[in-house]
Structures are given as C-alpha cells and as structure tokens.
Design a protein around this ligand. Structure first.
Ligand code: GDP
Length: 352
C-alpha cells in the first residue's frame, strides 16, 4: 500500500496510507540501502510502500525516488539529515522584532534552499509591532534578489491571505527560529488543525516526539506544510565550499567579472569583483559577510575532514581535539579568522 510520510524519527514513521489511516511504521530490515551514510532514513514528504501489520501499524518496504530533499547537517549525528522530501517551496518565517530580525538565519535557510534548487520565500511576522528602517532595507534587498517577501501579522490578520494563496497546491517547508510566531502562523493557516500524528503518538504512548520532529500537515484543499521545530542555528556543513557562490545569486552574478572566473572563492583573491560590487552597493555588505562566515564554516569543515583522513593518519580524533592540536589554526581560512568574521559587524550573536 502506498503512503506519505508525515513525520519521522530515526526508526519510527507516521505514514498516511492510501486508505486514509495514519499508521505508525518501522522499516522492514531496519535499513533503506540507498540512504546509507545519511543521518536518517525517511523524512516528511517521502512517498513509501508499506505493508500494514496488526493494530494499525505497518512496515515500510520501499522508498519511492525523491524529487528533491531539503536538509541540513546534523551536528550530533555528524551526517546529512533530510528534513523534508518532494518539496515545492521553502519558507523562512522571521519576525521584525521580538525576537530580533535575524538576516543571517534567513541567509542560511536561503542557502539550503538554493543548494537544493528549491524556491525560497521569506514570511516576516509581527509587523503590527512596526518595522525598523534597517529591517525594511534588508527586506527590500531580499526582494531585489528575487525572493518573495510576505510582511504579515498573525495577531492582526494582516497578509495571511496572500500566504494562504501562495502555498495552495504546494508542499511548503516552514523553517524559523523559536518565538517568531511560526506555530501561530501554522494555526492560522490551518484553522481547527488536528495533528494526526499526535493522536497516533498518544495511542502508542509516544506523546513527545511531535514537538521535536518535522511534521507534514495537510489541509482539506491539498496544501501541505512541513512544520519544522524552531531552531537556534542551522548547520550547513555538508555543502562543499566551492558550491556556496551558486547559493548567493548576487555573488554568482559576479563570477563572470572575476579574474579567476568560476574558480574564484570571492574571499579575498586578487581580481575578484565582489568587493567592488560591495563598495558600490550592488551587493549588500551584510549579505557578503554572511557569505564569508558560511564559507569559513564550510571550508573549516572540509579541512577538518581532509585532515582527519590524511595528515593525522588513520587515528580518529574528535573535532575539539583536532582544533586544540592545530592551536586554533583550524578556524583560519583564506586569512579570515573566525574572530575577524565575528567582529566584522558587531553582530556576533546574529545567527545564533
Ligand atoms: P514559534 O515559537 O515561532 O512557534 O512562535 P509562537 O507562535 O509560539 O509565538 C511566539 C509569541 O509571539 C507568542 O507570544 C505569540 O502570541 C506571539 N505572536 C505570534 N504572532 C504575532 C504577531 O503577529 N504579532 C505579535 N505582536 N505577536 C505575535
């Protein structure tokens, strides 16, 4: 029987089956071969084949090919983690204040979306509290890059219709930091929302997982939202540093003007046209700083991986131990130290 994964832990999956029953499933044989090396097997949005077993449970037999995956790097599991599969749209939910507007977080979600070639939009909530000029400037900047921005207030019911229309017929992932009003928004978009996985959880005494796992919600008109848990920070480590410029449309556009062309990392090479574009305001300085920070993080991750495989021989060391042995040099990439990056704008907690 065919089914749609609503939510997934490492070894239990809530699957909406063809007969309209949500079953708590596990994987037959415990593994899906094609996904070895990743943190998790299945994600919300996955299409699977299951065999129903007794008591409304089931066994997943097969994962149908994914159209795409929206994922992140799982720091604890040290591997790529799929958050949602077969996605049409990635929505970063932010707030104008309370908690503060955090463009670095938005940039990170945008990078993850761009890396998976997924359309990306920003939903900025709490506009009833007023929008500071610097926030307006940043939002305008995102629009210039081609990202749609919805300015909404769940509290006052402003802008909800346009979000509602936009998500129709799509599977949209909602990601946001805690406190921005993501749950309030989801509840407004899904009046009378009943989380079926929660009901199944309670039935099988697994009450807690829905607060920490992504969950696919389906509206009567077919709109689907994958509601992800609020996070503080998104790790991007599995993106190769060389692929980062293609995740920043304004930096990618400069490639044609850089002396080194597609080989330019845009982190200080002679003949790189990005700093000039920043000087004349064609590229937003803060976006460039986001780029540099993420680049340093990705380069550090890559160097660490290489060192672990090579220079340190076969001995396996923890990341912390390796940083200690390298005297902190592990953080230096292209002459930009982590401290430099953090001091660039005085927003050292910007993306935390
Ligand atoms: P989440 O952590 O992102 O899911 O955020 P919640 O939906 O739990 O909301 C966090 C807080 O923001 C709650 O106190 C909400 O009442 C409040 N909130 C949500 N939307 C709005 C809004 O549009 N305006 C204002 N002023 N507060 C809001």
């Amino acid at each position: 029987m065919k089914g749609l994964v609503l939510s997934a832990t490492l070894n239990t999956f809530y699957v909406l089956c063809e007969d309209n029953v949500v079953r708590l499933c596990s994987i037959k044989g415990k593994r899906i071969q094609s996904l070895s090396g990743t943190y998790n097997c299945l994600a919300s949005g996955d299409s699977v084949e299951i065999v129903p077993t007794d008591q409304g449970k089931g066994l997943v037999e097969k994962l149908y090919p994914r159209r795409n995956v929206f994922g992140r790097y799982n720091e604890k599991g040290k591997a790529e983690q799929a958050i949602a599969a077969n996605v049409d749209l990635v929505c970063c939910v932010a707030s104008v204040c309370l908690p503060p507007f955090r463009p670095r977080f938005i940039d990170r979600v945008a990078v993850l979306a761009e890396y998976s070639s997924l359309p990306f939009v920003i939903i900025v909530n709490k506009i009833d509290l007023g929008i500071a000029d610097e926030v307006t400037t940043r939002l305008d900047g995102y629009e210039k890059l081609g990202y749609k921005v919805f300015r909404i207030s769940v509290k006052d019911g402003i802008g909800l219709d346009s979000v509602d229309n936009f998500i129709q017929g799509k599977l949209s992932v909602f990601a946001g930091q805690s406190g921005v009003g993501k749950s309030s928004l989801v509840n407004a978009l899904f009046p009378g929302l009943k989380r079926t996985t929660q009901e199944v959880s309670v039935k099988y005494n697994r009450g807690k997982h829905t607060t920490t796992m992504a969950e696919l919600l389906i509206r009567d008109d077919g709109a689907k939202i994958v509601d992800t848990p609020g996070v503080r920070r998104l790790a991007l480590r599995s993106i190769p540093p060389s692929a980062l410029s293609s995740c920043f449309p304004e930096i990618l556009a400069q490639e044609a003007f850089c002396k080194l062309g597609s080989k330019c990392t845009h982190t200080g090479e002679d003949g790189c046209s990005v700093p000039d574009a920043v000087d004349i305001g064609e590229i937003n300085l803060d976006r460039y700083e986001s780029y540099l920070r993420i680049f340093a993080e990705l380069a550090e991750a890559e160097t660490w991986k290489r060192k672990q495989q090579g220079a340190l021989g076969r001995e396996s060391v923890s990341r912390k131990e390796w940083v200690r042995r390298s005297g902190g040099k592990a953080f230096r990439q292209n002459s930009l130290s982590r401290n430099t990056l953090e001091n660039l704008d005085g927003f050292s907690d910007y993306d935390e």
